[in-house]
Write a new protein. Structure first.
Length: 344
């Protein structure tokens, strides 16, 4: 059987069709393993007035899926990103009679589909060769839910570059604060209640406005939305630490925020989830409590404020290690292994 080393040594690069759901066609993913892969990209982002205007159905997703399927030739492979694009691309391939190797990357769900959506996805996913998930917990979960062979599901750690941070302050000078970032799978009800209990600490929450529907915001909480990423991480860098309160032990979200904070050497408070366990377990500068417990969350916030210097130092000391663990080379190696593996 061929190996990744053989592929690189013989300089026989494979052409990969990369089709992303929410990223541009020239996303940094296509910079990986270039000695083994020639990339051609398509994007499911809206690209014209009609695609931006139509609501309810992501026309751009299906346009990109059919473009990607049409670009397939023998010996080419396709890599799709996020489950909705994977299902769309697999369906397009079936309709066009394409049987190329298909890697579903970033196969991850905030909530699992049910009903007709589940029926559609089970049918669409059966011809996908391999699924890349970001935690060991997701392998049996998705295998059961989508009736997939568990051997097709391969965990890989989330990787990324260190977030860019703007040089100017993200907020006016004021009292020390904790910073909560992100909305997917977050328990905002517990977060707000924790803030109400920890009145001595200021909270800055960066999330979409709909996340707070029906919640009364205490005076010690400031909510920000739709701000540039560089400002987000400057606000985080100037904070006591980053809060990632997940909804339940089965929530499969929060990886990007957790990894970004760790790479920047920032303290983290999060709630336990099986899907993030390998990202936070025995990590310096990371404090964990059970989900759905505002009192425990508030207690950790107060502890962080009281012991900030020591916890921040521990997080900074661990940053170099975290950058190595989550380096993009992990994904490059994953891709090399996939293309070197022969299925038939």
């Amino acid at each position: 059987m061929a190996t990744a080393a053989t592929v690189a040594r013989d300089n026989k690069r494979i052409l990969a069709i990369n089709v992303a759901d929410l990223c541009p066609e020239d996303d940094d993913f296509t910079l990986l393993a270039q000695e083994a892969i020639v990339w051609r990209g398509f994007s499911g982002l809206p690209s014209n007035a009609l695609e931006r205007k139509v609501r309810g159905v992501r026309m751009s997703r299906y346009r990109a899926a059919f473009q990607a399927a049409a670009a397939l030739r023998p010996e080419r492979l396709i890599i799709s990103h996020l489950p909705a694009m994977t299902a769309a691309a697999s369906t397009a391939m079936a309709l066009m009679g394409k049987h190329n190797r298909h890697l579903a990357f970033s196969f991850n769900f905030t909530s699992l589909p049910t009903g007709r959506r589940l029926t559609y996805m089970r049918r669409a996913l059966r011809n996908v060769e391999q699924f890349a998930v970001f935690s060991a917990f997701e392998k049996p979960l998705y295998a059961r839910h989508f009736d997939l062979d568990p051997a097709k599901i391969k965990p890989v750690i989330w990787t990324q570059d260190v977030p860019a941070v703007q040089t100017t302050p993200g907020l006016p000078l004021g009292a020390p604060y904790c910073c909560a970032i992100g909305g997917e799978g977050r328990d905002f009800k517990s977060l707000i209640e924790a803030a109400r209990r920890a009145q001595s600490v200021r909270f800055v929450v960066i999330a979409r406005p709909h996340s707070f529907t029906g919640l009364a915001i205490p005076d010690n909480v400031q909510v920000l939305s739709n701000i540039p990423s560089e400002r987000v991480w400057r606000i985080a860098q100037d904070s006591l630490g980053v809060l990632v309160p997940l909804k339940s032990q089965d929530t499969c979200c929060g990886h990007i925020t957790l990894v970004s904070a760790k790479m920047l050497g920032l303290p983290v408070i999060t709630t336990f989830s099986h899907a993030t366990q390998e990202y936070v377990e025995k990590r310096e500068g990371v404090l964990v409590c059970e989900p759905g417990d505002p009192a425990a969350l508030a207690s950790l916030v107060v502890r962080l404020a009281d012991e900030h210097r020591q916890i921040r130092s521990a997080a900074q000391n661990a940053a170099e290690h975290e950058r190595a663990v989550h380096d993009r080379s992990q994904w490059a190696d994953y891709l090399r292994t996939f293309i070197a593996r022969k299925t038939k």
